[in-house]
Design a protein around this ligand. Structure first.
Ligand SMILES: Cc1cc2nc3c(=O)[nH]c(=O)nc-3n(C[C@H](O)[C@H](O)[C@H](O)COP(=O)(O)OP(=O)(O)OC[C@H]3O[C@@H](n4cnc5c(N)ncnc54)[C@H](O)[C@@H]3O)c2cc1C
Length: 426
């Protein structure tokens, strides 16, 4: 243990970047490209672990939507991020990776992926960008403190890969340590502690883009299933507050998929404030109640009187929903279709057009795609990403109080803020 306190001063740098995620790699490479001597410290065994698992291993690196639509997907502090976008926007990101030799494709919803379908290509390109411009990348190095004197950055203390404490000096430090979601990728909230210790306010952190847990009694009967083209409405205290169209997934973690994840930010906040939260799922958004009524009666007319009710449901919904819907309606799946009453058909229509799932909880940070909250943006200069409190201290990426919808917006936020922080003057 003696060794842990063996503090040596390493060589000096112009910039030390803490965290080799999307934001840190972009910041480090950009600073080095502009002539700075850069040390990039990463506590995991290799850089960009989160990028490597992003987009289900395919990495939805940005979104090609026009600027205004893009901004509407940033859930908080959208104005703060504008100068960073002006400097390095979604087009810049696409150009950047294409210049790095990564071919890109744009898919439904203007989501941009590497053509190879491999998130590792994005992570490797970022690492190559850094190494090419001479960034010294040291992995397995956990920063433990940002050193300052008279409100000016002096450098960092860190534990090197052998567990020895070291100091590295630089007049500029960029904190790019991410949030606390998926902590196994290395983001464990260290940046909040550094910022707080240096006098920064931290906006309450909570999981965002996270599965929602329902107390619905039939949920236990729903097998894992992904539903496409559904409409999901978030109600808070019985008031409809937001609607999303697209995919929803039922899993052991809760209700997820793009629609539910996008609604989760408001749902989590409402739950924290002890409001009543529910999701209403319209499984047949393309049909009005009358159209659905007609469709059901057409299907029934084609069936034999001794066919089971489950057969009708099989024609209307995916298999994993048949048993739960029967339970919801309290109708036996093997009742003859000829025995189902008009009232029961009407109840079926109500469920298909608006199945109500009370939300009692949300999945923890371990399953949240991003962390909402973080370093308060009003204490950071939006034109430079420099702290308004400590000279030479910069922030980039998810450590800031920034979070966005699914669709490539979060990585773009990390790239834009990382790039801007990396433009610092030596
Ligand atoms: C499963 C999953 C899928 C996602 N998919 C997408 C997607 O497809 N598109 C999208 O836009 N967004 C996606 N996101 C969100 C996106 O990946 C993040 O918002 C983004 O990676 C944040 O980048 P960052 O650099 O700020 O933080 P991170 O990527 O979390 O990087 C922070 C780095 O800092 C290091 N670090 C932390 N503390 C220390 C310390 N004390 N010393 C040294 N190093 C430290 C960590 O090890 C880590 O490498 C996804 C997130 C998850 C969890």
């Amino acid at each position: 243990m003696e060794e842990l306190h063996d503090i040596n001063t390493a060589s000096s740098y112009d910039v030390i970047v803490v965290g080799a995620g999307a934001a840190g790699l972009m910041a480090a490479g950009t600073a080095a490209k502009n002539g700075s001597r850069v040390l990039l410290l990463e506590k995991m065994e290799k850089p960009a672990r989160k990028v490597r698992i992003s987009g289900k291993g395919r990495c939805n690196l940005t979104n090609a939507k026009p600027a205004e639509e893009f901004a509407s997907n940033i859930r908080v502090n959208a104005d703060f991020i504008q100068p960073a976008f002006a400097e390095f926007n979604n087009r810049s990101t696409m150009r950047f990776f294409e210049r790095m030799g990564v071919k890109l494709v744009t898919e439904r919803g203007e989501r941009v992926f590497p053509e190879s379908g491999k998130a590792a290509d994005i992570a490797n390109a970022l690492e190559y960008y850094c190494r090419d411009y001479g960034v010294e990348i040291q992995c397995n190095c956990r920063v433990s403190e940002i050193m300052t004197v008279c409100d000016k950055v002096l450098g960092v203390r860190y534990y090197n890969k052998r567990g020895f404490e070291r100091k590295a000096e630089a007049p500029n430090v960029i904190i790019a340590t991410g949030g606390v979601s998926y902590p196994r990728t290395g983001s464990t909230g260290d940046g909040y502690a550094f910022a707080h210790a240096l006098g920064h306010s931290i906006v309450d952190i909570r999981p965002s883009l996270t599965p929602l847990v329902t107390s619905h009694p039939q949920y236990a009967y729903i097998d894992k299933v992904l539903l496409r083209n559904v409409n999901v409405t978030l109600c808070i205290d019985n008031e409809k507050v937001r609607e999303e169209f697209g995919e929803i997934a039922f899993s052991e973690r809760g209700i997820e998929g793009a629609t539910a994840l996008r609604l989760s930010r408001d749902a989590v906040d409402a739950l924290l404030e002890e409001h009543k939260v529910k999701l209403i799922i319209d499984l047949k958004p393309a049909l009005t109640e009358q159209m659905l009524h007609d469709r059901i009666h057409r299907e029934v007319a084609e069936m034999q009187p001794e066919d089971f009710f489950a057969e009708l449901l099989r024609r209307l919904v995916p298999k994993p929903l048949i048993v739960p819907i029967c339970k919801e309606l309290d109708i036996h799946s093997k009742i003859y279709i000829s025995k189902v009453s008009d009232k029961e058909f009407e109840r079926l229509i109500k469920v298909l057009k608006g199945w109500v799932f009370p939300i009692s909880d949300y999945a923890p940070f371990d399953y949240a795609v991003v962390t909402a909250g973080g370093v308060a943006c009003d204490e950071v200069n939006e034109f430079t990403m420099e702290s308004r409190k400590i000279k030479g201290l910069y922030f980039a990426g998810e450590v800031l109080d920034l979070d966005a919808n699914t669709g490539g917006y979060n990585l773009q936020t990390a790239f834009s803020t990382g790039h801007l922080a990396g433009l610092l003057k030596k």
